[in-house]
Write a protein that binds this ligand. Structure first.
Ligand code: LLP
Length: 433
């Protein structure tokens, strides 16, 4: 459920008409709804509340939406953070996430990032390999501390999602091999800079069936037993993120958090660990939309092309994963047509939808791509020298620009000319800026 609804024929974000935001900020612009974010936190928290021992840690996967205002909204709601870089760690801290609620995932943590995380005093490192464990131990020893760790274990389970976002098969780059896990834990016990706390798993994203997660978690339960039998004190189990959200209304709705929570309760009963969750998409996915405007409608051989001012650099998911985003007019004219929706970028991959039945639109009309709150703005680039998309956060009747539109002059001025190339005497990048 989200808080983007039509009122008097105009799509609103909570109490704010999107047409007002489009006029004031210009398009394209991402718009997020505080009430939707808070609702999803509540629903997810209730779903997993009874699972594991004590209160579970819900560590929001920052990669899904790292905007500081979104993170601060989540921090205020009591969430922790799952980070995968020093940058995400600093963002989470800047947004007010307590260090002990931060989990650090990722296959390529550098020694500098490890040192930063140890200085901050984060709650847990999820290690993805033994060489990484050795590096972290060395960094911790040099700082005179011990790093709280879990190994991310690759359960070799097919998550049944898009290949580019599937992470739990043995051929994927993630985690240590399930079959070698007990031996890896035994070797890690001898590393002086580590304090082994638990196990971690994450098999993929946009999961629309609970069976693969259930199978992976069951294997983790067996592993916890084997590790305890070898004398390890296993206090936490991090079950990752991955729960899908509805994108295409014609497809069956993915399992709701309540069904996911019931499955987790069932599988993890008797584990005697504190559970950690790393949800991203399910918290912010349908709490955001990308608001864009129709530049022109170009006749096509079959259907017309609706050329909008957002492009694949602003919302990469359709181009990269053939992802579906529902497309709605902010002020529907009352009839519909079939069209291709494309951006202005010079490659055919810059296509949001083909042969899509949608509200009929004309040049100047505002349109929104729904369910763009996760992996939207965060995956944007400046391809074709297009400025990064601004972001707006709505809260009831209030709204605020939470990332300003980047002036194109600033983008150009970030480059510099080497001494052997003369600047244009009439107009250097620095002068434009
Ligand atoms: N934990 C780990 C270790 C992850 O790698 C991810 C996502 C999550 C948690 C959060 O997963 P979620 O609950 O959001 O499914 N850009 C892609 C999604 C990439 C997901 C990467 N990892 C997309 O737009 O669909």
């Amino acid at each position: 459920m989200d808080h983007f609804d039509y009122r008097d024929g105009v799509m609103h974000a909570e109490d704010v008409p999107l047409s007002r935001i489009a006029e004031a900020v210009g398009t394209p612009v991402y718009v997020y709804s505080t009430a939707t974010i808070e609702r999803h936190v509540r629903v997810f928290r209730e779903a997993v509340a009874e699972a594991g021992t004590g209160e579970p840690l819900i560590a929001f996967a920052v990669k899904a939406n790292p905007n500081l205002a979104v993170l601060a909204t989540l921090a205020r709601a009591g969430l922790g953070a799952d980070v995968v870089s020093g940058g995400e760690l600093l963002r989470a801290r800047a947004a007010g996430v307590p260090a002990d609620r931060i989990v650090f995932s990722g296959v390529g943590k550098t020694a500098d990032e490890m040192a930063l995380a140890l200085r901050e005093g984060i709650g847990q490192f999820n290690l993805e390999s033994e060489p990484e464990a050795e590096m972290l131990s060395a960094v911790a020893v040099s700082m005179g501390v011990r790093a709280p760790v879990a190994f991310r274990v690759n359960p070799n389970v097919d998550a049944g999602t898009h290949a580019k976002i599937s992470t739990g098969k043995s051929e994927d780059k993630f985690g240590i091999a399930y079959d070698g896990a007990v031996a890896a834990y035994a070797r890690a016990r001898d590393l002086a800079g580590l304090h082994i706390r638990g196990v971690a798993v994450h098999i993929g994203s946009q999961l629309t069936d609970l069976a693969p997660s259930r199978a992976a978690f069951a294997k983790i339960g067996d592993l916890i037993g084997a590790l305890r039998a070898s004398g390890h004190d296993i206090a936490t189990a991090d079950l990752g993120g991955g729960l899908g959200v509805p994108y295409d209304p014609a497809l069956p709705t993915p399992p709701l958090p309540a069904a996911y929570g019931a499955m987790v309760r069932e599988v993890t009963a008797g584990w005697g660990v504190r559970l950690i969750f790393e949800p991203g998409r399910v918290i912010v996915g349908n709490a955001g939309i990308l608001l864009t405007s129709v530049i022109r409608v170009k006749p096509g051989v079959t259907n017309p092309f609706v050329v909008v001012d957002a492009a694949m650099n602003d919302l990469l998911r359709p181009s990269l994963y053939d992802a579906w985003h529902d497309i709605r007019a902010v002020v529907p004219r009352g009839d519909r047509f079939t069209a291709h929706i494309v951006g202005p970028i010079c490659e055919s991959g810059d296509t949001f939808a083909r042969n899509r039945g949608m509200d009929r639109v004309e040049p100047g009309d505002a349109v929104c791509f729904m369910t763009a709150g996760a992996y939207g703005a965060t995956m944007a680039s400046t391809y074709n020298s297009r400025a990064l998309t601004p972001e707006v956060l709505v809260n009831g009747r209030e709204w605020s620009i939470v990332r300003a539109r980047q002036p194109i002059e600033a983008l150009i001025a970030a480059d510099s000319l080497p001494s052997w190339l003369p600047a244009n005497p009439d107009r250097s990048a620095m002068e434009i800026a």
